[in-house]
Each structure stands twice: as C-alpha cells, then as structure tokens.
Design a protein around this ligand. Sequence first.
Ligand SMILES: Cc1cc2nc3c(=O)[nH]c(=O)nc-3n(C[C@H](O)[C@H](O)[C@H](O)COP(=O)(O)OP(=O)(O)OC[C@H]3O[C@@H](n4cnc5c(N)ncnc54)[C@H](O)[C@@H]3O)c2cc1C
Length: 476
Amino acid sequence: MTVEGGMVLRDLIRDAAAAGLALPHSPYWYGVTIGGLLATGAHGSSLWGKGSAVHEYVVGMRIVTPAPASQGFAVVRVLGAQHPDLDAAKVSLGVLGVVSQVTLELQPMFKRSVTFLERDDSDLAAEVAVWGHQHEFGDMTWLPRLGKVIYREDDRVHVSSPGDGLNDYIGFRSFPTIGLFIARVAEEHLQEDSTGNDMARCLAAGVLPPAFQSRAYGFTNDGSSFTGYPVVGYQHRMQASGGCVDGKERNNNNLLLLSSSCPWDPRVRSLFFYNSGFSVALSKAPALVADMQRLRDLNPRAMCSLDAKMGVLIRYVGASSAYLGKTEDSVEFDFTYYRSHVHGRPRAHSDVIDELEQMALRKYGAVPHWGKNRNFAFHGAAGKHAKASEFLRVKERYDPDGIFSSEWSDQVLGVDGSPNIAHKGCAIDGLCICSHDSHCAPEQGYFCRPGKVYTEARVCSSFVQPTPHRDHRHDL
Ligand SMILES: Cc1cc2nc3c(=O)[nH]c(=O)nc-3n(C[C@H](O)[C@H](O)[C@H](O)COP(=O)(O)OP(=O)(O)OC[C@H]3O[C@@H](n4cnc5c(N)ncnc54)[C@H](O)[C@@H]3O)c2cc1C
C-alpha cells in the first residue's frame, strides 16, 4: 500500500482494512503520521518475524531532498526495496528531507486474541527474557510500587475465530477538559510537596491501576461491552487506538470548560509529564530488571510516581537493518512521570527515576527512543548505533547544507555539540547529569549524589535518608 507521508496512522489502518489488509505492527496510539512515526523508529511489541518496528514493513519511499538552483532546488528520490539508501531513509529523524510517500508491505487481514493476566513481579526478571518469544504481540506492564505485572498474552488467531473485539485504550480517550484541569491541580499539589507526603502520593497512585483493570483497559468484546477474556478481534480494531483524536476542537475560552481533550493536550493546562523510552539488548534485560527491583526494594514508595501513570510498559522490538534502528533484538522500557511547569522545580523521588534511567543507559548500554526522552538520554546515542556513520554519509549526500537539520538534531546525532546542557538546575529538568550541586537545587535541599544501587549514577537527591530495607508495598 502506498500512502502520503502525512497520512495519519488511524486512516492508514482503516483504509488498508477496507482492502482486506493489515499493517502487522504499529505504535499503540494512532494519532501519529506515517512520516513522523517512521522518522523516530516507532514500534509496537514483537520479536516474531520482522519484529514490531513499522519501518521493517517499508518496501519503498519517495523523499524530496534539497538541490542547487541549477537543479530546480529539489530532487525527488524514489527508493525501491533494494535501494541501499532505504536503510537510512526508513528512520531518519527528518534530517534527510521530506518523506512524501511510503510503500508498506501489508498482510492479509488477521485476528488477534488478547488476555491480560496479573501476577506478582517475583519472576519478572526471568519472564522478560521469554515472554516476547512466547506471544507474537506480547507485552508487560510493571507496576513497581504494587509489585505486580500485567502480562499481555496476545497472539494471532485464524480469521474465522469468533469475536469482534475493539481496543479503545482508556488512556487515549477524550476526557472533559475541566476534569483534566482539576486532576492536574491536585497532582501539582501532591507532587510538588517535597516535604515527603508519600502516603498521600501513593494513595493517589493506587487509583488508576485498578480502575483500568476493572474496565479491561478499554477493550470490549464487541465494540461496546466487555464480557471476559480473551478478547478476539480483527487486527485493525485491536492494534492501536486513540479515541481523543476525534475529540471536538475548542474555539474559545468559554468552550474550554465544556470541551474534552487528550489527557496530554498542550493547549490546555492538563496533565504534563515526561515520557522516557529506551531499549536494551534482550540478553541484558533480566539483569536490568533485577537491578530496578533492587532499587525499588530500598524504598517502594519512591516508585509511586510510576504506578500513578500505569507503570513501566515493557515491549519487544526486533533487530533492524535501518541505520538508526535497533542493532539487536531488544526490550523497550517506557515510562511516564510527572513534570512540573516550573523550570528547576524538583519532583518527589526524582533521584530514583533518574537513577533508573542512568542505570539503563550507562550500565546496560540502552538506546533511547528517538521520539521520547529528556536531553541527557541522547548523549552518545548515535554512537550506540553500529551504522550511524553510514547514516551521516547519506545525510551529507542528501542535504549537504543541513537545511533539514537543527541545533537539536546536530546534538543528538553527534554532528555538533551535545544534548547535555550544563547550567544551574539542569539535572532537575533532565538537561544534564549532575556533576556539581548547582546542577540540582541546593537552595531547595537537592544535592548531586551517587545512585543507591548503580553508584556511578549522579542524581539530585534531597537529604531525606532512604527508608531501611523493608517491604512497604502492602502498607497502604
Ligand atoms: C500518546 C502517544 C503514544 C505513543 N505511543 C507510541 C508507541 O506505542 N510506540 C512508539 O514507538 N512510539 C509511540 N509514541 C511516539 C511517537 O511514535 C513519535 O513521537 C512519533 O514521531 C510521532 O509522530 P508524529 O506524526 O506526531 O510526528 P512529529 O512529532 O510531527 O514528527 C516527529 C519527527 O518526524 C519528522 N517527520 C515527520 N513527518 C515527516 C516527513 N513526512 N518526512 C520527514 N520527516 C518527518 C519530524 O521532522 C520530527 O523529527 C507515542 C506518542 C504519543 C504522543
């Protein structure tokens, strides 16, 4: 199927289905464009076949790159399946030129069968190595504070299997704007109280997981009601969702209070958060999970901010020939956590999340997702891709004057400068890893300290001592 670069994933999936075809893998949110999702290497979850990255299913591209006036200012390049530059263009961060057309290899429509199973996390380190091999679309959601894992048992079934299930994930639905506004005010109150009100924060964090679970995360067996697992449905109704893409636009401030929005809509003062995503080689994932659990066990309440946003999503992505794709079969860890609107304002227990990220990126060589993360995660990111230099050679040929580059893209690709930006308070905002107290917020009691499990980490920590080793998960 050949589509324009700006086509929204929702429409692509729908139009393919109308022709009896399915895109086998995609991000879980369908409000993205094919050009945008490819540029950042977006994916779903799978190790089977070609894996879950959408760029694995690209068999042709048309890309418009700059040219001198004598050549009409632009060159239209058509890259077929065998073209050597396709591996550069498939995941390009947008720096090669404008992707105007994409040809995808689709599959005949199929069905999937999904069941969510909840278990404790005692064997998560072992499970992470095998779950992706056992289930074609399997993933896991780890709730570290609660010590639980929601396993997504998700497999392809014959198209004749009964069921007309629908995935309308609750987190991607429209919410009343006024409700989002109130939720944000309450969250600011809880999160920015650095005096240690863990009890209140953890109680609030405990609301979302059971609410999502009791509503089957938004899955229904027939498009309107949930009657039990497994939910069986056609691929195009199960692979992605985004109820809020169709939310009504607001036109003026009066309508603001009556309208509804995506929970993260930057046009309204609703939820505001960071989203970190990084992948480690499959072989290293069990040790990383064990280290994460060790850090959790020192003070489980410090993890409440992760549980509050539905925990850590763990997905699988296969090795790719794309120069900026994954170099080996990988496990992607994805988490979302509170962000202040005020620069330099510390978050409660931010040291623990910072340590988790530094541990993954530095100790385990994790590779940041190109479309997520805070600045510091991108330091040295290009060097973690074996074929980054091949990518830069294609960039030099396609856009020698850097018309499609920016200060940011030069920093993350290691062309010029560093995404680590050191200044007062930089580590609080994730712009740097602290090496000096001034990178934290010493006037608010946050100083640059070693990590607790990964002692080479440098994190902004308040002087509150960690709670002695004891399992607090069931305290509240
Ligand atoms: C709610 C939500 C859920 C998400 N879920 C997932 C997920 O499940 N899995 C996952 O991997 N990612 C996920 N993401 C991340 C998402 O896939 C990336 O942020 C993606 O790049 C967004 O696409 P976009 O169309 O919004 O692109 P934009 O943000 O507009 O652009 C992203 C980049 O692509 C470049 N670009 C865009 N169009 C073109 C083009 N035609 N030609 C050349 N370059 C272009 C831009 O220059 C930019 O560098 C999610 C994001 C959100 C907001």
